[in-house]
Design a protein around this ligand. Structure first.
Ligand code: NAD
Length: 454
């Protein structure tokens, strides 16, 4: 398979894809090595993953460069991602003993009841390309800490990064057969679904997640899906500083070219402050530079996938045809590379796909609302349920709104952020199950109850 640089359209590497035979071999190796890995004391497993984090930091410049060359995100954003992954590893390694060690629940004279967190076995991790370090770390780090072996399938758009991760895990001391990379695209993913994994952890689109969940169901093993979103953001009339709210929320919509599962995908603004907000929002986006992702100061690189340009164009054209007003952008950038202009639409409504279907690109619709009640109704009008955000000077006001929105995460005066100390989870078409936090550490275990008398 060919790895293409999305900024230049040059082929940067050719790789041999895995096939059924090589994946069978890798699976057998993982299955047998997992037994020994499970017996390595937890403290030692923690040390290996801390070492891995140190290696990420040590090699950050070369790793960021590989990431930028294959997914096209600006170099500084690649560095930010790797640093973010290290912060997550720190939380997970600092808290692994607390949440993965045996728990004695009752200890009386002749009775002890305890929980032992046993690993699932071999994990199949089918992953996305938009944040390969972050979404990868969410799964393979707690899985390894809990004593599992991992078959990691990076997306076909971020394989070079997947191979770098494998190299550094081995260098950190993780035995070679405890972590394998499956190289390839959809076909390789299909082969993994046919192997007898002990658990499947998927990050990607709703369409693929739905398919994978259905395929895995008869196996009766855990299957967790972290999927897309159409995350709403509401700016209430009582925000203190409209200019800074506009700047912060524009970043939430456009960081990583909008290719984040928790990117702000639709904005509702109270009519009292709407004009000023939109004006500041557009000014902020206009101040950001488009260009080569390797150039300093560039905020918008190319999209990672060529086919996304067509998808965005259809979404924008449909909105225009139904009456949307284009304040910025609206089409692909001509020339080499998969570039799409940052696009701001107003006069939008929920009959348009741009307000209902995940865009996953630099396109945002901003809609004026009369009051909180209208904003809540529109925020709720979605099949997705990943995050929702409210900007207001009153925490109570914001929390009262967030309680009514069925999402895994609620944000007050912030957006597009993930923290390792709290669960990362979706609802409805955004998936189910949690990574990160104590829930994400224990997601890779089977709790076994012991009733001990005597
Ligand atoms: P995708 O669904 O196209 O692909 C994801 C992975 O599934 C890839 O590795 C791909 O090769 C594999 N795959 C595709 N078809 C398959 C099949 N039939 N059988 C087995 N494997 C198959 O998604 P993507 O484009 O890589 O990622 C973008 C999507 O991921 C967006 O919807 C985004 O919101 C979502 N995402 C969610 C989170 C989250 O934490 N909730 C994080 C990042 C990305």
């Amino acid at each position: 398979m060919q790895i293409v640089n999305p900024a230049t359209e040059e082929i940067i590497k050719e790789l041999k894809e895995d096939d059924e035979q090589s994946l069978n071999r890798k699976f057998k190796e993982l299955k047998s090595a997992q037994q020994d890995w499970q017996r390595v004391p937890l403290g030692e497993r923690i040390d290996f993953l801390r070492k891995f984090s140190q290696l990420l930091k040590k090699n950050i410049e070369s790793l960021a460069s590989v990431l930028t060359s294959e997914v096209g995100k600006p170099l500084q954003q690649s560095r930010n991602e790797i640093n973010g992954a290290c912060a997550r590893i720190q939380w997970l390694t600092d808290n692994a003993s607390k949440y993965l060690s045996d728990e004695v629940m009752i200890h009386e004279q002749s009775l002890t009841e305890k929980i032992v967190y046993e690993p699932l076995g071999v994990i199949g991790n089918i992953s996305a390309w938009n944040y390969p370090y972050l979404v990868g770390v969410n799964v393979f780090v707690p899985a390894l800490l809990a004593g599992n072996a991992v078959m990691y399938k990076p997306s076909e758009y971020s394989i070079l990064t997947g191979l770098e991760i494998e190299k550094l895990l081995n260098e950190a001391g993780i035995p070679q057969n405890v972590f394998h990379v499956a190289v390839g695209g959809r076909g390789v993913g299909e082969i993994l679904l046919n192997l007898p994994m002990d658990g499947y952890f998927f990050t990607g689109s709703y369409k693929t997640g739905k398919y994978i969940y259905g395929k895995v169901a008869p196996k009766m093993v855990p299957c967790q899906c972290e999927l897309g979103g159409k995350d709403p953001l509401y700016v209430a009339d009582d925000v203190a500083d409209i200019k800074s709210v506009a700047a912060g929320t524009a970043d939430g919509a456009f960081y990583n070219n909008g290719q984040s599962c928790c990117a702000v995908e639709r904005i509702y603004v109270h009519e009292k402050i709407y004009d000023k907000y939109v004006d500041e929002f557009v000014k902020e986006v206009q101040s950001w530079k488009i260009g080569s992702p390797f150039e300093k100061g560039v905020y918008f690189g190319p999209l990672s996938r060529r086919e996304q340009i067509k998808f965005l164009q259809i979404q924008v054209d449909e909105a225009i045809q139904k009456g949307a007003k284009v304040l910025l952008g609206g089409q692909a950038v001509s020339g080499k590379g998969f570039y799409f202009q940052p696009t701001v639409l107003t006069n939008v409504n929920h009959s348009m796909s741009v307000m209902r279907e995940e865009s996953f690109g630099p396109v945002i619709g901003i809609m004026k609302v009369k009051n909180d009640a209208e904003a809540i109704e529109l925020m709720k009008d979605t099949e997705y349920g990943l995050t929702a955000s409210v900007y207001s000077s009153d925490q109570n006001h914001a929390e009262t709104i967030l309680q009514q929105i069925n999402t895994g995460t609620g944000y007050w005066n912030c957006c597009d952020r993930v923290s390792a100390s709290v669960p990362w989870s979706g609802r409805n078409h955004s998936g189910f199950g949690a990574t990160l936090s104590h829930a994400g550490l224990r997601a890779f275990t089977k709790p076994k109850a012991y009733h001990l008398k005597g």
